[in-house]
Design a protein around this ligand. Structure first.
Ligand code: PLP
Length: 489
């Protein structure tokens, strides 16, 4: 199969892409899922591989019965697929799985690197970071210096490389590492990683990349960019339920103490002492791993490697350009972050509609148009505040007010449409039409909603049937109603 044909076939094979939901007009339609930056849908053939593995399920780390042998080999294969996907030569790099997403990886690396290089007491973090690539470093390091971005107000985003160079010159060999996102989860702004690596390596600092928002959208080569550590979540690349992945240089991993202890990572244990293994990745993978999740993720990465991430990126650029251009034409719509014509971005677009709080935009897109987007500050509060600064000033709201009232919370945020491999031009045309519709019916919609909590909104009359909201109890009831038919053998 050609890679174009494979891409087309994958695009049509996601679980839940066409799940139907009701709208205010009484109709039902397949949803339009534009919430991929939070979590992507499951790629069907990869799910099938994980599901089939359950027929042979056993734990890893043995090859003496058939099932354990298959599990051990498949788990090793998943590690190889990760290394291949991120362009990391296995001679120099090791991949290991940790936790349920990227957060575990950052906490691990922050704890380990701060202990290993106590003489280097400064860590650099960009102002665009998700909290999970900021707070662990604040917790484990005596000083975090935040690197500003380029541009002003709504266009703020993408690392300011001149400021970074000045900060590297100022702190020099005190810098342990820089932790920077490959692409922002708010604006999609892409970081020039090879350039950052050159700058920080000149003073012996490491580069840790948060690839959570880059991994499914743009090619990455750790070898070429000389990245020391890269972290991503499997659920951001079509494998919900899979673990977080950390890929790091072997030398670096041998130089740090394993952050987690338990079974599988020791050579021997006595009452008086224990000996962590030198074998990677075992040394970093204490406990029974999430084998099904790792295999599912390995399957996604295998398929996307066959397609080629250049091809995926190429397809997404056209969609980003279309959506940005059409949304910017709508009166009263503000888009945030760098213009894609000036700086490269992934398919994540945060926006606001004049007169609508971000929660109302998300609720009305869902209720009237069956379009699913996220809203809020996306766990990137400093960056979102910077992007909203001018607008909040104009509203006479202090963006830094520490004990913000519910009203402020409702205004401090954005709606965010984010793309996945399954997103089509038609999905984005529907988004553009829906935003136009909200603008045209502003007064009517404002009157139909009431605020709930600090940033939510609820339609006063429309209530979807309970059966449309997923409920595990309901599925169990189905099983319990006919237990004999469901009993094997
Ligand atoms: C850029 C970025 N980094 C880190 C994370 C944290 O990932 P997880 O919640 O899977 O640990 C996210 C999740 O939204 C993200 O978008």
């Amino acid at each position: 199969m050609s890679n174009s044909a494979l891409l087309a076939s994958l695009q049509a094979n996601f679980i839940g892409r066409d799940t139907e939901y009701p709208t205010v007009d009484g109709n039902r339609s397949p949803r339009i899922y534009l919430d991929s930056a939070a979590s992507t849908l499951m790629m069907s053939p990869a799910y099938d591989v994980g599901h089939e593995f359950l027929e042979h399920y056993a734990s890893t780390h043995s090859d003496l019965h058939y099932a354990a042998r298959g599990a051990s080999q498949a788990f090793e294969w998943a590690h190889e697929k990760v290394l291949e996907f991120v362009g990391a030569n296995p001679k120099n790099y090791c991949a290991f799985f940790a936790g349920s997403g990227a957060t575990a990886g950052f906490n691990r690396m922050a704890a380990s690197l701060s202990c290993a290089r106590t003489e280097r007491d400064v860590v650099l973090v960009s102002e665009m970071e998700h909290h999970s690539n900021d707070l662990p470093h604040r917790h484990h390091t005596s000083q975090v210096v935040h690197i500003p971005c380029q541009g002003e107000f709504e266009r703020y985003g993408a690392l300011d490389m001149e400021r970074l160079q000045a900060i590297v010159d100022e702190y020099g060999e005190r810098i342990n590492y820089i932790a920077v996102t490959g692409a922002s989860n708010v604006s999609g702004a892409i970081t020039p990683l090879a350039e950052v690596a050159r700058m920080v390596h000149a003073v012996g600092a490491f580069l840790i990349v948060d690839a959570s928002q880059m991994i499914a959208h743009a090619p990455v080569s750790m070898d070429e960019a000389d990245i020391d550590v890269l972290v991503f979540s499997g659920h951001k690349i079509y494998a919900p339920g899979s673990p977080g992945a950390v890929i790091a240089k072997n030398d670096l991993l041998h130089a740090i103490k394993p952050a987690e202890l338990g079974g599988g990572m020791v050579d021997d244990v006595y009452i008086a002492e224990y000996m962590p293994t030198e074998t990677l990745p075992d040394r970093e993978e204490a406990g029974t791993p999430n084998i099904v999740g790792a295999i599912t993720l390995g399957a996604v990465l295998d398929l996307l490697t066959r397609v080629g991430m250049d091809k995926v990126r190429e397809k997404e650029i056209d969609l980003i350009d279309f959506a940005w251009r059409e949304l910017s034409k709508i009166d009263g719509v503000t888009l945030y972050g760098p213009d894609p014509a000036e700086l490269p971005r992934t398919g994540t677009m945060a926006f606001n509609i004049e007169g609508f709080d971000h929660g109302l935009t998300a609720a009305a897109l869902n209720d009237y148009h069956n379009i699913q987007v996220r809203n809020g500050c996306f766990c990137a509060h400093p960056y979102v505040r910077e992007l909203l600064k001018r607008q909040l000033w104009e509203m006479d709201i202090d963006p830094d007010a520490p004990n913000a009232e519910a009203d402020v919370e409702r205004k401090r945020g954005m709606a965010r449409a984010s793309l996945g491999l399954y997103t089509t031009r038609a999905d984005l045309e529907a988004l553009v039409a829906a935003v136009k519709d909200l603008v045209a019916r502003r007064e009517e919609i404002l009157a139909l909603y009431e605020p709930i909590g600090t940033n939510g909104y609820r339609h006063k009359d429309f209530k979807p049937p309970e059966s449309d909201i997923f409920d595990p109890e309901r599925l169990l009831q189905r099983f319990l109603a006919a237990p004999l038919q469901n009993t094997a053998g």
